[in-house]
Design a protein around this ligand. Sequence first.
Ligand code: SF4
Length: 388
Amino acid sequence: MTVNLLDFDLEGLAGFCEQLGEKRFRAVQLFRWIHQKGASRFEEMTDLAKSLREKLPSVCTVSGLPVLSRQDSADGTIKWLFDVGDGNAVETVFIPEDDRGTLCVSSQAGCAVGCRFCSTGHQGFSRNLTTGEILAQLWYAEHYLRRHLGTADRVITNVVMMGMGEPLQNYGALVPALRVMLDDHGYGLSRRRVTVSTSGVVPMIDRLAKDCPVALAVSLHATNDALRDVLVPLNRKYPIAELLDACLRYLPAAPRDFITFEYCMLDGVNDQPEHARELLALLRQHAGRGVPAKVNLIPFNPFPDSGLKCSPRPVVLRFGQILNEGGIVTTVRKTRGDDIDAACGQLAGDVLDRTNAARRLAQRRVDSVHPIRVVPLARHSRNEEDPA
Ligand code: SF4
């Protein structure tokens, strides 16, 4: 099988070049051509030795992903659907703002976590993406945008691993991809501007702290285990207290001095003032010292058959006000790209589900809409933003 150079971080590429009898500086040259200039044809890499340019096509390629579609939102958001083979497709979203350009990148075809409010989770899981498939999304989007805008300057300033999939369940492919994003010979993004969002894979949070600490966002969505077990099934394995302990262990390595907690606002499910006060207590008092945190409230984006509704705006604002008054900086995420179904929680490529998740979730939807609404609170105690 031909080697795809998008699968390598710089160390990997240096090792590959070594196998070809080439020195490390050749790997740096190749890496820069690929990631900084968007080149895929070796003959255009003019500072490589001619003999190497002639040798490379027989042993490797630079292969992006076929684009199945592109949708442009009225607000400037762009969504691509990339073909990853065997009937699977993943989505990638670019969100432009005045002071930054953020790319939301997928890590898996589908997702096995099966969060109750997430369109991807309802599709089930097919497979992990390779490092090359994760990077191909950034590689394509960055160079498409430069051509489109007629600039040689960097357009994508932030990457969030918040597309389809749980990135920490694809750890082996994720970390080399992150390294390419951070590498000065690659995309040169600062650690603060690359965010991994996780539903709470505790052991991998610890590994990420050692291997490649970038900004961490935790999809919390509930304030007690009874409710989170239903909304984020991974909670049954790694309950809230263990997750917050992992956050505390992560912080010394993190590029920011807080963890971002994402909280999807679901009408009548997790959006009441009591929930806000419980969340406040959780974040302020966990382990006796609290977890330095920012909270991002995400208005739920309904999708067909979700059986859930978005909290009314005044309810969202009241929730945020309680947190802000309690000393936790809280913002409400602006909905972007909702006219092209590119908003948070709406990503849903085409997935050949190998897990029967869609069937199980459909069953759970029938069984649990009402139980979700009456889950009691625990008696004690996981951009483009508007201040709440
Ligand atoms: S919210 Fe994230 S972890 Fe949960 S199902 Fe969706 S993609 Fe997976």
